[in-house]
Write a protein that binds this ligand. Structure first.
Ligand code: NAD
Length: 301
């Protein structure tokens, strides 16, 4: 265990925090950085080295994982004034697990390649619970020969690590998944709300849906109605979890990809509008399952 070489981790938020902890549990010394110093404190106590910039991380580790909110943050961390590329070592493996525009992943891969290092996109599916339990699904894009090296680290944080193809294809898979997730979450919230209005007990309705053909992840693992399930954001005033603003971002990425490929995605487009409206109406920082609360508030207007 002690012989494992350090792994850099940049972005210690809702997802990055438990993911980096799982690397530590597997015996990897972690070199940590987050732009928000408070996020690093806990890692100092766990024995991780906390650094001042992404460039410092690159100086001390030749394998780095990034887990950032969106494309501009990823560009800043890789190519910014104190970015990874300022000090990256030749042969380093840089894995970006953020959900970003596949075109940006490709841009970053080119810039990384110029420095003699390797870039892979490896966005994840599974919420904060899966990140804590170490059973995320990773969708990996990049040079196939490097996949095993990435897998060694990713299996410490996930139970499924799937090779998708060239750089950007991990993001493509992720964007499709999240578009479907948003549609199914809105559908679950609508169905649950209608059932409640028709006099059904929400717990009973969820139980019936979950033994019937309407069952989906949003109904059986992440139900959006407060009190139906324990340990999910809906039962914690929609705190933690996967922010509405992040979902709106992913749906925006799906819209860009759909436009670029001339693919009709009418429900994805409607879901994008709903999540953007939620952001404008004060839901930005709440978990995306708060669409249930949003529908209830809209109907009372
Ligand atoms: P988050 O906002 O909780 O965490 C992001 C972290 O990155 C924050 O701590 C922030 O301070 C840090 N950060 C931002 N800019 C930075 C910079 N320039 N340098 C260093 N650190 C910086 O977000 P999250 O929920 O952990 O999500 C991270 C990514 O994972 C997103 O792309 C999201 O779409 C994706 N994702 C999230 C979930 C989920 O359930 N939360 C699930 C799957 C995928």
């Amino acid at each position: 265990m002690a012989s494992k070489t350090p792994v850099g981790f940049i972005g210690l938020g809702n997802m990055g925090n438990p993911m980096a902890k799982n690397l530590i549990k597997h015996g990897y010394p972690v070199i940590a950085y987050d732009v928000f110093p408070e996020a690093c404190k806990e890692f100092q106590d766990l024995g991780a080295q906390v650094t001042e910039s992404p460039a410092d991380v690159a100086e001390r580790a030749d394998r780095i994982i990034t887990m950032l909110p969106s494309s501009p943050n990823a560009k800043e961390v890789y190519t910014g004034a104190n970015g990874i590329l300022k000090k990256v070592k030749k042969g380093s493996l840089l894995i970006d697990s953020s959900t970003i525009d596949p075109a940006v992943s490709k841009e970053l891969a080119k810039a990384v390649e110029k420095m003699g290092a390797v870039f892979m996109d490896a966005p994840v599916s599974g919420g904060v619970g899966a990140a804590r339990a170490g059973n995320l699904t990773f969708m990996v894009g990049g040079v196939e020969q490097e996949f095993n090296a990435a897998k060694e680290l990713l299996t410490c944080m996930g139970s499924n690590v799937v090779y998708c193809g060239e750089v950007g294809t991990g993001q493509a898979a992720k964007i499709c998944n999240n578009m479907l997730l948003a549609i199914s979450m809105i559908g679950t919230a609508e169905a649950m709300n209608l059932g409640i209005r028709l006099g059904l007990d929400p717990k009973l309705l969820a139980k019936i849906l979950n033994m019937s053909s309407g069952r989906c992840w949003s109904s059986d693992t992440y139900n959006p109605v407060p009190g139906v399930m324990e340990g999910v954001p809906s039962s914690n005033n929609y705190q933690g979890g996967f922010g509405t603003t992040l979902m709106a971002k992913d749906l925006g990425l799906a819209q860009i990809s759909a436009t670029n490929t001339k693919t009709p995605v009418p429900l994805g487009s409607q879901a994008h509008q709903i999540y953007r409206m939620m952001c404008a109406k004060g839901y930005a920082l709440k978990d995306f399952s708060a669409v249930f609360q949003f529908l209830r508030e809209e109907e009372s207007l």
